[in-house]
Design a protein. Structure first.
Length: 533
């Protein structure tokens, strides 16, 4: 089937040809005849299925065929409600492109920008208004909008509007629209609230459902890294050292989390920008434009703000936080692998998110391969101290095992068999199980925070007198890695950036060389074990 078979008028077909559209998507093929017939419609479809054209093409045709009401000023005959500014702008751009050869006016209304230009556009008259609920309510309350002539009402991504708390605004708007109308409702998910809304505002609707929400495209390759929360940002940065990841969309659960990720990446020289509800409209548009033209490599977004981001060639999606709704995972990774291209979806899963991972795997009906062998598995020590001042503090209490420990100016720590000294008491068998950090990233077995001039000693005679934590091997102690006496695990690690050791394994990256792997799918993936929690 092609668009000629859908009984669209020549002016619209001409615009589609100019956009290089020839074959309708499944939802367009099913929905367009229903809308042209004047019926209400409930469409269940994910982002990227072509649902915007599924309602905008027949909407343009119906409005162009109807006789315009008398008067110089055009009344609003169609209202499209969307949850986000980005989606509103995307729909507006599409409506203008599809309707360039028909005499239909459209405007877009959203918050975060000056209201005055929108008032002026409304005063001139328009056939179609595409709006977010908040700004629309404001303009309605001020008398700038009259919805009494609306013939077609479209609610796009209705589930997200409810998630964002717009349910009361939507009800107020619907109350101002004539009861005799055609209503089109689209939702990516089917929660109870959406079912109730369909029953309330739609009359004998046709239902169109394509690409069930539980499915993920086969061309999208998925993997998951099980990682401690404290090491997520470090692992993300390590993955982005792979220059093959030319661009990626990174999802976080919160707005502040998105900003933290951007700051961390920027400090490491990775061009990144955040897009979320706290950003101004200009900042959001600038971030999106930079990502599309390649000046910004990484775009970090919340789920709500990402609605409306329309990028066909997106090779990577990274879940910095797993969503608590498994359907959201499907929507996220569905942003890659579009237009027949392949894509890779990488998830970073911390301990608290393991139940979310189980729910996701249950929904999609398969295990997501786990990448093992990376330096930051669940249960490992943080790759870096949270506060650089930690390196200068003495005294205090050890965080995990090992008893009290501290090293003030000139202090000494010893861990021999059953011995204690210099602020560290290590139980019967030395410093077993504790964590010791003598530098920014040095960690091997135990933890010790040492102040200026601290002299760590480890093993039965291993001792370091050298500045900046450079240990001199004694009996049972090696450079950058010390044995903590018979039966004990722990010891001294170099200060500064000299090395990085994985806790409890004795493995250490060479001094001065950043961790360069593993890359996605460069290691043999194993079925994910989510039984830890």
């Amino acid at each position: 089937m092609n668009f000629n078979d859908l009984k669209l008028k020549p002016a619209i077909l001409k615009a589609l040809s100019e956009e290089n559209y020839t074959t309708p998507t499944p939802i367009q093929e099913q929905a367009i005849p229903v809308v042209l017939a004047g019926r209400d419609l409930f469409g269940c479809a994910q982002t990227g299925t072509g649902k915007t054209a599924a309602f905008s093409l027949p909407m343009l045709q119906l409005l162009s065929e109807q006789q315009k009401p008398p008067g110089k000023r055009r009344p609003i005959r169609s209202l499209v409600l969307t949850p986000t500014r980005e989606l509103a702008i995307q729909i507006y751009d599409n409506v203008r492109a599809y309707g360039r050869h028909v005499d239909i006016r459209s405007i877009v209304i959203f918050g975060g920008v000056s209201q005055k230009p929108q008032e002026e556009l409304l005063a001139r008259g328009t056939d179609i208004v595409i709006a977010t609920p908040g700004r629309l309510i404001d303009l309605m309350n001020q008398g700038f909008i009259d919805l009494s002539h609306v013939q077609i009402l479209v609610l796009d991504e209705a589930d997200r509007m409810l998630d964002m708390g717009f349910v009361h605004d939507v009800k107020r708007i619907i109350a101002k629209v004539p009861q005799k109308r055609q209503t089109l409702l689209f939702s990516a998910t089917m929660p109870t609230e959406i079912t109730k809304m369909v029953q309330t505002i739609l009359v004998n609707p046709a239902k169109v459902e394509v690409t069930p929400v539980s499915s993920t495209a086969e061309r999208i390759e998925q993997c998951v890294y099980l990682v401690d929360k404290a090491n997520k940002q470090t692992l993300l940065l390590d993955l982005l050292r792979d220059k093959k990841i030319t661009s990626a969309l990174v999802f976080t659960r919160t707005k502040h989390g998105a900003d933290r990720v951007v700051r961390h990446l920027a400090k490491s020289g990775v061009s990144a920008a955040a897009i979320h509800g706290n950003k101004s409209q200009n900042a959001r548009q600038s971030a999106l434009a930079g990502f599309k033209n390649g000046t910004t490599r990484i775009l970090v977004a919340t789920d709500i703000a990402a609605r409306g981001i329309d990028i066909d060639e997106l090779p990577y999606v990274i879940n910095f936080n797993l969503p608590n709704e498994p359907e959201t995972y499907v929507h996220r990774i569905g942003r890659t692998g579009r237009a027949g291209l392949s894509g890779i979806a990488i998830s970073l899963c911390e301990d608290e998110e393991l139940p979310y991972l189980r729910d996701i795997q249950k929904l999609i009906g398969k295990k997501i391969p786990e990448i093992k062998g990376h330096p930051y598995p669940l249960g490992s020590a943080p790759a870096e101290p949270k506060d650089e001042a930690d390196q200068q503090r003495g005294g205090g209490r050890g965080r995990q095992g090992g008893g009290r420990q501290g090293a003030g100016q000139g202090g000494r720590a010893e861990a021999g068999r059953g011995g204690s000294g210099g602020g560290q008491e290590a139980g019967r068998q030395g410093a077993a199980g504790g964590r010791q950090e003598a530098g920014r990233q040095g960690a091997a077995g135990g933890r010790q925070e040492s102040g200026r001039g601290a002299r760590p000693e480890a093993g039965r005679g291993g001792r370091s007198d050298a500045p900046r934590g450079e240990s001199r091997p004694g009996s049972g102690a090696a450079r950058g890695q010390a044995s903590a006496g018979q039966g004990g695990r722990g010891g001294a690690a170099p200060q500064g950036r000299a090395g990085q050791a994985q806790a409890g394994t004795g493995r250490q990256q060479p001094a001065g060389r950043p961790y360069q792997g593993p890359r996605p799918f460069s290691l043999k993936a194993q079925p994910t074990d989510t039984r830890r929690s």
